[in-house]
Write a protein that binds this ligand. Sequence first.
Ligand SMILES: *Cc1c(COP(=O)(O)O)cnc(C)c1O
Length: 492
Amino acid sequence: MNLSTVEPPNLALFPTAMDQAYLNDMLTCRLAEAHQHVIRGAVAPTLDRGEFRRALAGFDFTSPRPLDDTLAWVIAQMEHGVTQVTHPRYLGLFNPAPTFPAQCADRIAAAFNPQLASATTSPAGVEIEAHVIRSVAERAGLPPGAAGHFTSGGAEANFTALLCALTRAEPHFASAGARAFAGPPVFYASSECHLAWLKIPHQAGIGRSAMRLVATDGSGRMSSDALADAVAADRAQGCVPVMIVATAGTTGAGLIDPLSCCAEIARRYGLWYHVDAAWGGALIASDRLRSLLAGIDQADSITIDAHKWFATTMGCGMFICADAAAPAAVFQASASFMPPSGPAADPYVMSVQWSRRLLGLRLFLSLAAAGWAGYGVHVERSIALAGLLRDSLAARGWRIANDPALAVVCAEPPPGSGEVRDVVGRVLASGRAWVSAARFEGREVVRACVTNGETMPEDVAEVADALQAACRTSSINQPWLDSLQTTESSPS
Ligand SMILES: *Cc1c(COP(=O)(O)O)cnc(C)c1O
């Protein structure tokens, strides 16, 4: 073998230590500058996509470009090419301005790039994640044996819950799939549940018609009477109910389903009880407010997204399960190339993912830095700010449509303001704030949610002004408004 035939490492991909230090410093400075531009600029993107595509076409990857130039170019595009969730007047969907400790965690994970599939390869990473999950489970009031794992987000965690419920209800589901059931398996969530649920029965192979959307009681919460009736009716018709999903913090209006009633109905019929607290789960941090989640402790499983109200970087969901053996029954696998799984099962035999990134460090560092009490303040102040917005809009003649006990305000503009989506379109076009249009209990509303831990009362006052100004503008025909996003079609 001729050693001289092996090229040295590519310096563009693996720069020298000195070049890396320069680039790291440059990146840190540029990102800090960009943040200053972002908080002074428009909240909604102003990027022309056609023009941007033409610029991208210039990257044909034939000749290498200096990384520092490309980094600076990308950051400049991001400054006006995305909805600025780090802007203090982004009162948007549940996407947070990320905590600084979470951003540090991402840098550490990127540098070490640990493989979290197994504890043998990454004992420190796996133990950190398990520790955080246990702490969150304990804080939520689950029994001591509770376990779980980090997920790509709430959708994966909720999918995991359905697979656990199906496997618990019919162990032959593992080998025979939906055919194993005596009748069509079905499950229940409220009509205000997150739209991501609609895909989940399809993914699980039981078909979208397996999902029963239960009526709300007029306040946006699932009606427990309608739920009990639906379960009884399905059983009478030969369907096999497997799971009840209660939402703790609905996407549209931040409401909490009657958790204890849902738990009782699940117990009565022997169903898996899942609480989808992707956003609202952060209430467990507040000693004053955690009782709003009373009943969550009776769940078989819980979804909480750290990347929502816990404000870590995306995506960082958690699936927490009262019985650690349940996910093991779903995700068991053995592969000759993997280290044998020890008594404390490895993530790859407990979850959807195989190769996995170290995610839990984001919440570990944030919790370590702030403590539960610090997060409690974070949650309470967003609710207080939402209360300010509610009062300020109500004082200007808006009708508040929901009971905003959490940090979501749904409000109808005063009569004569025109279509809600036009009002929202004008706010976005003004660049002063970001809110969305939504439907709540059959009414068109402006939806605003405090998602940035640095939003101040003055920001809320400016959002209220921007909303009011958007009502006054006479309603001229502006077809371009149609291209602006509203909540109903946007992911959150
Ligand atoms: C955000 C959300 C989801 C979806 O979670 P992702 O993290 O976006 O995958 C599901 N349910 C609820 C209640 C949510 O708020």
